[in-house]
Design a protein around this ligand. Structure first.
Ligand SMILES: [Zn+2]
Length: 427
């Protein structure tokens, strides 16, 4: 045990200053064999202790038991704080432990240390963060969970004007998540297994308070019938706006059907010619360049009907440039007219779908839903799911998704808010 200057250490006052814990002072330092530094703490000046149950201060101490917390390292040395934690007689709660300022109840890490690990976990794998801070994987994961929980709990609850309900494929095969998001702020709100009516209804009713639900003007979703039912059920006042990219996906699928029909049933020569052109056909003309454009031209030269279907798909893009329902109706009418004598049953089927869902498609005229946000959210979500492959814990995945889409750190100032807890609380 080193307590004075004669051992060549700085004064304990300096150590108190370095540690910068409000209301606590260092009473001793202990060097251990494995390089760990154990710092003894005691309360500074204050004689009354805070009850962990009701936050009242009391001076009636029952007993004390030494407890330890891991803290940020000093240079290369891992640090453990030791402090005799009091048990108090509280008038309100009976026997309770005191609350310490530097850590959460029951936590084995200080809040500062937890923040550091939790933040690192957002930009690197948990195993790397654990190695960096010399803790076990489980400790790092728990720290991350506590960090994200604390962040999510203290966030203001916004009232979303536009919601997005979408399905995300989970791994291979036919397994899906339903993701509920706030499209104005571009944040994930909730996550549920399956893509059934029930899962979306549960999300809408449990993840959003009545106050928040009342603010919803529009819900952007695809033509998936269970979703439409769930929205009509849980949010009867909201308008359904069909997602542009999903409609265009249907158009792409129709085009693909035309290709199959035209080339694969037209003998082996044509079949060989049409093979492997699927991804080329799904691309937009303006994004196709050089030799690929020639390839497309050759394909269209061989089959006029495929060309027609491609042009019709390309034209469908213009649907979302109109600002009135009449404009959309006129355009759709013209589009169906152009289709009339082409003998393209696959595209005609698409036309029927568009007419059937006209209200939902044209609803974007009244509610300017940000379709781009839907897409960028999907990309972010897929990235997080891919990185966290094998993540069994659904709550954790949701917290990670919230963090990744809300992007709470956009400047060095934001970062400082997450990192320097003690120094700030001291001021
Ligand atoms: Zn109490």
């Amino acid at each position: 045990m080193l307590t004075t200057r004669e051992d060549g250490w700085g004064s304990l006052r300096d150590c108190t200053w370095i540690l910068a814990l409000a209301e606590y002072r260092v009473t001793g330092l202990d060097r251990q064999e494995d390089g760990r530094l154990v710092i003894e703490l005691e309360r500074h000046c204050v004689r009354r202790y805070v009850c962990s149950g009701c936050s009242r201060r009391t001076g009636r101490v029952r007993d004390a038991k030494v407890r330890t917390w891991d803290d940020l390292p000093w240079a290369e040395h891992p640090v453990t704080l030791r402090y005799p934690l009091r048990r108090l007689w509280c008038r309100q709660c009976g026997i309770r432990t005191e609350r310490v300022g530097f850590a959460d109840p029951h936590a084995r890490l200080t809040r500062c240390f937890r923040q550091r690990i939790g933040l690192d976990c957002q930009s690197m794998p948990t195993s790397h963060a654990a190695m960096r801070h010399a803790v076990s994987w489980g400790t790092a994961r728990r720290a991350e969970r506590a960090f994200l929980d604390a962040w999510d709990r203290t966030r203001p609850k916004h009232r979303p004007r536009h919601l997005g309900a979408d399905e995300i494929q989970r791994g291979k095969g036919q397994q899906f998540w339903t993701v509920l998001s706030d499209l104005v702020r571009g944040e994930v709100i909730g996550l549920a297994k399956d893509r059934s009516e029930d899962s979306l209804r549960t999300l809408l009713t449990t993840r959003l308070e009545a106050r928040q639900r009342a603010a919803v003007e529009a819900v952007c979703t695809d033509m998936h019938r269970p979703y439409l039912n769930a929205v009509a059920d849980a949010l009867p006042a909201a308008t359904v706006v069909l997602d542009k990219f999903h409609v265009l996906q249907h158009a792409g699928a129709a085009l693909e059907d035309v290709r199959r029909h035209e080339f694969f049933r037209a003998g082996p020569v044509m079949r060989r010619f049409g093979r492997g052109k699927r991804w080329l056909l799904l691309r937009r003309w303006k994004t196709v360049r050089g030799s690929k454009r020639e390839e497309l031209r050759a394909l269209f030269g061989a089959n006029r009907r495929l060309f027609k279907a491609y042009v019709l798909r390309e034209e469908l893009d213009h649907l979302w440039t109109y600002t009135t329902r009449d404009g959309v109706a006129n355009f759709l009418w013209g589009w169906l007219e152009a289709l009339r004598w082409q003998r393209l049953p696959e595209m005609e089927k698409l036309g029927d779908t568009l007419v059937k869902h006209f209200d939902g498609i044209a609803a974007f005229c009244d509610h300017a839903v940000r379709f781009g946000v839907v897409e960028s959210l999907n990309t972010t979500i897929k990235g997080v799911i891919r990185r966290g492959r094998g993540m069994k814990d659904e709550t954790m995945l949701l917290l990670k998704l919230k963090w990744a889409t809300a992007r709470p750190i956009r400047s060095s100032k934001d970062l400082a808010k997450f990192l320097y807890l003690n120094l700030h609380s001291n001021q």
